[in-house]
Design a protein around this ligand. Sequence first.
Ligand SMILES: [Fe+2]
Length: 229
Amino acid sequence: MKKTIVAYALIASVAAALAVNAQQNADKGGKMQLTIQGYKAIGYPGLAGMPGFSEKLIADHVKLYQGYVTNVNALSEKLSALLADGKERTPEYAELKRRFGWEFGGMRLHELYFGNLGGAGTPRMDSHVLKAIQEGFGSFEAWKKDFTATGAMRGIGWAVLYKDKVSGRLFNAWVNEHDGGQLAGCVPLLVMDVFEHAYLTDYRLERAKYIEAFMNAIEWEAADQRFHE
Ligand SMILES: [Fe+2]
């Protein structure tokens, strides 16, 4: 327990230093830019004003996502430094290595989530993803019933429509937090965040209403593009 606290404190200190650096840059340039080396957070200005989601909710959510990017970069650098220093067989290295999957999953799942929002909620009748859904689940309505039921499960995590690259089959899966239950080797076609932070601002604890708003705001072209990956 003590070692875990030390590891988390380590992450917090690295992230805090990077946040100060980013804030200094924001003060200079007026617009937030991450100055850390490595992966840059994606912006989602097109989602502002999206029906069913307040601008505050989206802005706060994107800010939270940026924190995952910061931590992925910080962890990546810290792990490399520990390895270079010959400290790879330490509790710190092990805890940060475990933490990396959680932070990376949080980062990428949010990118997929924001990337499949901002649409009208209806797939093109001739899209390949719709055809696969109809073949796999019997009908779009049957798929939707299963997907929304997955998202309504108690707990914090994600509902994800996956395509298995090996068999071509589609699955609606529950991902616990960011790193439990992901289907190995499958392509995430559609991702829905059901952590409370995804809807609390606008819907309080009424997750069902948020899920309805999400379904009406899906950008199905994104899912169709992922289908061909
Ligand atoms: Fe989220």
